[in-house]
Design a protein around this ligand. Structure first.
Ligand code: RB5
Length: 147
């Protein structure tokens, strides 16, 4: 499994904490920035990480901004991306089971590293249930393809 990581300045510190955990877990990742705390725009950071998921270079992406919301909005504009902004364990688990989310977004001003790691762990280790949920996800993708 190869992950794509990206953050704006609001999510930078949390991204760095998450990288330390991924290193411990020996989970490989590509870091698409930002690489310091200077102000930048979350849409610019989301795009290359999501493109890496769409191209198949990476399997999933973890994105961070202040709230997790702006970067999730940007990510969801990219065809094929299903990004979920989560701050609770149940949502991070069920967005894999039911929505087949391929991007998890978190807010560096919302949750701390302990909670983020719990969310990431369950997100990475939960498989899509398929079945009736595949039909529903298919309808999301149909909306995207009609647009
Ligand atoms: C940046 O100040 C902040 O607006 C951004 O990180 C994010 O929270 C937007 O949704």
């Amino acid at each position: 499994m190869m992950l794509a990581l990206a953050a704006d300045h609001g999510g930078f510190a949390l991204k760095e904490e998450v990288k330390a955990w991924l290193d411990e877990q020996q989970i490989p990742y590509k870091d698409f920035g930002t690489h310091d705390g200077a102000s930048c725009d979350y849409a610019d950071m989301a795009a290359p990480a999501c493109d890496a998921v769409i191209s198949g270079d990476c399997d999933k992406a973890l994105l961070f901004c202040g709230t997790g919301i702006g970067i999730s909005m940007a990510a969801n504009k990219i065809k094929g991306i299903r990004a979920a902004c989560c701050s609770d364990y149940f949502s991070a688990k069920y967005t894999r089971l039911h929505n087949d989310a391929n991007v998890l977004c978190m807010g560096g001003r919302v949750i701390g590293p302990g909670a983020a790691i719990e969310l990431i762990d369950v997100f990475l280790h939960t498989e899509f249930e398929g079945g009736r949920h595949a039909r529903r996800v298919g309808k999301i993708m149909a909306i995207e393809n009609e647009a």
